[in-house]
Ligand binder design. Structure first.
Ligand SMILES: Nc1nc2c(ncn2[C@@H]2O[C@H](COP(=O)(O)OP(=O)(O)OP(=O)(O)O)[C@@H](O)[C@H]2O)c(=O)[nH]1
Ligand SMILES: [Mg+2]
Length: 432
């Protein structure tokens, strides 16, 4: 058997705190997240440089004195790669590489790299490639734009065209192709969303910071077995499934990619097609890891990204997850606050969540018997399609009694139809 050996680069990490007012614990948390990102990318950390700086330097991002120190560290540790916990401009990255004589990558590239290694579905892979190419093209921009204007040409590489121009052109073509392929998949998704509307299922999307517990909750609500792991970006591709909880109205839940602070804009851009699905969501479940000391900050980051995606107007329930770790017993605050305390892993507080979802989406749930005249076969079929029917009895006269659970709002649309009536248990015993 051939075992593929993955190259693990010896890596030096640079953690620079730029004039922040953050306290020790918060800073520690941010450092840990960065450290974990580096590990997730599969690097072997051989050296680190942690420091504070007032403002980034325009040319190298890192101040001169510190840079000399780092240069020495690179040499003594034999590091082959340097990763910086910020976004660098193209020239800063190049200048740093010239100084340090090893490859330098910034936080954007680091996240893109992790996404690339995690993407499993066809769409996921296309999206990551698009993001990487978009990023790459910003890195190629300097030094050739003036040439492009002279030549401006499609066609084979001609005399006078530099390698940079050729690369740029090839990247441009590939980006165009990827975009059109993603567009096609996107259209398919819109069709799916249309058929969902027809089937009258509500769409509830789980959003939140990476590692908050979205997939764990999703699995619980839909009885799925999606991979939930204690690592950043365990989920990359959205998955949508129907709920299994009979107490809930007809709902499709959608698990999505987790967010992180400084999520590269290229990534948001290329994931828009997937995240666009969220536009048609009726409700967002914002999952927060309440045991994380930084959870307020992370919650704000998520809301910022939701705003960028124009999703801020969709109703939200804030879910304080991992209560078991905090020792908080599940409790519901005032209902208007739309906040619940749960432990997705320990299955605590799910009833409160269920109730809040039902209230939010359906104005509460009606559970009980209805009677249908035999001529209302189409209504009966519709109720079955909606997944509302729990039990059914037919009287001697052919009248159908159906026990349903349905949103109060949905129920309203049936009331008034001739031959459709709400009834009580005793009515059924009398007739059948
Ligand atoms: N103690 C505790 N751990 C939990 C709870 N919910 C989730 N976890 C753990 O938190 C880790 C992350 O859970 P996931 O469900 O993968 O988180 P996610 O939000 O889907 O993460 P990404 O897909 O990476 O964005 C896993 O190790 C879970 O077992 C909880 O209620 N309590
Ligand atoms: Mg997940």
């Amino acid at each position: 058997m051939i075992v593929e050996k993955k190259l693990i680069p010896k890596t030096l990490i640079i953690f620079l705190d730029i004039e922040s007012l953050r306290t020790g614990d918060e800073l520690e948390n941010i450092y840990e997240e960065f450290y974990e990102l580096v590990i997730s990318a599969g690097a072997e950390i051989v050296e680190k440089s942690i420091s504070k700086q007032k403002a980034p330097s325009v040319s190298h991002f890192i101040g001169k004195g510190k840079l000399d120190e780092i240069k020495h560290l690179v040499e003594t540790s034999c590091a082959e790669l340097v990763i910086v916990n910020h976004q660098l401009s193209a020239s800063q990255a190049r200048n740093l590489e010239l100084q340090l004589k090893v490859r330098v990558i910034d936080k954007t590239e680091l996240i893109l790299d992790i996404f690339a290694s995690r993407a499993t579905t066809h769409i996921g892979k296309l999206q990551v490639e698009l993001a990487q190419l978009n990023h790459l093209s910003t890195r190629l921009i300097r030094g050739w734009t003036h040439l492009e204007r002279q030549k401006g040409g499609i066609g084979l590489r001609g005399p006078g065209e530099t390698q940079l121009e050729t690369d740029r052109r090839l990247i441009g073509h590939r980006i165009k192709r990827l975009k059109s392929r993603l567009d096609k998949s996107h259209k398919q998704k819109q069709l799916n969303s249309y058929s969902r509307k027809k089937s009258r299922n509500k769409l509830v999307a789980l959003v939140g910071y990476t590692n908050a517990g979205k997939t764990t909750l999703f699995n619980r609500l839909t009885n799925s077995k999606q991979l939930a792991e204690d690592k950043l970006f365990a989920t990359l591709d959205s998955v949508t499934r129907k709920n299994i909880d009979p107490e809930l109205g007809p709902i499709l839940f959608s698990d999505t990619v987790g967010f992180i602070s400084d999520l590269p804009t290229q990534l948001i851009e290329s994931f828009k097609a997937t995240l666009d699905e969220l536009q048609s969501a009726d409700l967002l479940l914002h999952v927060v890891d309440i045991s994380d000391i930084d959870h307020r900050q992370k919650e704000a980051e998520v809301n910022k990204i939701l705003e960028e995606l124009n999703l801020e107007s969709i109703p939200q329930i804030r879910i304080n997850n991992k209560c078991d770790l905090k020792g908080i017993s599940h409790q519901v605050k005032k209902e208007e606050e739309k906040e619940v305390w749960i432990s997705a892993e320990k299955n605590k507080g799910i009833e409160d969540l269920r109730e809040m979802i039902n209230t939010e989406l359906f104005n509460g749930i009606y559970r009980g018997w209805i009677s249908l005249e035999p001529s209302l076969g189409n209504i009966r079929a519709k109720l079955f399609r909606m997944g509302c029917v729990d039990e059914e009895k037919v009287s001697d006269t052919g009248k159908i009694y159906t026990y349903i659970h349905i949103g109060q709002d949905e129920l309203k649309s049936f009331i008034g139809i001739e031959g459709f009536a709400l009834c009580e248990d005793k009515d059924i015993i009398l007739e059948s």
